[in-house]
Design a binder for this molecule. Structure first.
Ligand code: KG4
Ligand code: ZN
Length: 337
């Protein structure tokens, strides 16, 4: 089966053709990132306008690169939640129009389920597994019992890991997105130069909190400025990155042990982080656990992951009609539309 996947939840306008949930025939991405860099973060209005301009060309290009016409496509999958509402609406409306005009089934896909599915690409990984989903907007530990049945075991109580990295990067005056800049600069720094506390949550031992760590970065910089001292940015970046990765993996290890998972999966934009990838490898080697992380090109937002998850949602009977709406927030385990 060939699924056309469409993604527009943030600043990437993306489309892909994916066969049987695992084979990518094309994967086209247009991004408005360079414009957002001027403002130090995504400007929703600009993102929506760029999606509207790019989506038609991106979808045509995805079909062309896959050597397909719309006739060859079995279903159209689209991200309908969560994300920036104006951005999501562009993809949802485009997909609805396409599905109606070509008389193809329309499959709504939750963005984070799509991130998880980036692990199915070029791989034979199958649920059940425990997944750490870390993006700009979310940090979840998810028990994935089947392709479409998921349960959140832990979540962030404040900032997402990617959001904390981006904000910390901004306070260090590093280029947006801070997560990418921190990853780049950290090898030049001493990750033990600054000590960050490991926040413990009263809500659940598997929950995260990153806003305290982020505030410590900001305070460290302000204090140094007030005293006229200079901070070695790479030291601060490396120490902060180490703290974030330690937190992410400590709770993941706890949850895997408590719930008896031996197959670990990581997904979301932050899964591109080299420290997280290396430390997760060490952790899983120590326990003899199987580890799956997406190829770097599928870590960030893309259409292939939506085409991959769209295939499994299609098999599970998930269908939408012309009344499909977009939603800024939506739980991953009770995805409704
Ligand atoms: O999944 P994603 O592309 O978009 C959302 O769904 O949010 O994730 C974007 C996040 C940003 O916070 C970005 O800084 C972070 O992923 N990110 C990274 C790296 N690459 C992207 N964080 C740390 N290290 C990276 N290499
Ligand atoms: Zn994403």
């Amino acid at each position: 089966m060939k699924i056309l996947g469409i993604e527009s939840s943030c600043d990437e306008t993306a489309a892909a053709v994916v066969e049987d949930g695992r084979h990518v025939l094309s994967n086209v991405i247009a991004t408005s990132l360079e414009e957002h860099k001027l403002y130090g973060g995504v400007v929703p209005e600009i993102a929506s306008r760029r999606h509207a301009e790019s989506i038609s060309g991106v979808v045509s290009e995805a079909l062309a690169q896959a050597d397909c016409t719309l006739e060859d496509i079995d279903a159209i999958a689209v991200t309908y939640a969560p994300g920036l509402i104006g951005s999501l609406l562009v993809g949802v409306n485009f997909a609805k129009g396409l599905a109606l005009s070509a008389n193809k089934p329309l499959v709504p896909v939750h963005h984070l389920r799509g991130h998880i599915a980036s692990n199915y690409i070029d791989s034979d990984v199958k649920p059940p597994f425990l997944c750490l989903v870390v993006s700009g907007g979310h940090s979840h530990i998810v028990a994935v019992s089947s392709y479409t049945e998921l349960e959140v075991i832990g979540r962030t109580r404040d900032d997402a890991a990617g959001e904390a990295l981006d904000k910390a990067g901004r306070s260090m005056k590093l280029p947006y997105p801070g997560g990418v800049s921190i990853d780049k600069i950290s090898p030049q720094g001493n990750e033990n130069a600054f000590v960050f506390p490991h926040p413990k949550m009263s809500t659940s031992i598997y929950d995260y909190s990153f806003s305290g760590l982020k505030t410590k970065v900001i305070n460290t910089i302000h204090n140094a400025e007030q005293k006229g001292e200079t901070i070695h940015t790479a030291d601060l970046a490396a120490s902060f990155q180490k703290a974030v990765v330690d937190c992410l993996l400590t709770n993941l290890e706890l949850a895997a042990r408590d719930f008896g998972y031996k197959k670990i999966v990581i997904a979301g934009g932050v899964s591109a982080n080299s420290k997280l990838r290396a430390e997760a490898q060490k952790l899983c080697q120590k326990h003899g656990w199987e580890l799956h992380i997406p190829q770097l090109k599928y870590c960030g937002d893309n259409g292939a992951m939506i085409g991959a998850q769209g295939y499994f949602e299609y098999l599970a009977g998930v269908r939408a009609d012309a009344s499909l709406n977009a939603y800024a927030t939506m739980p991953i385990d009770k995805a409704e539309f």
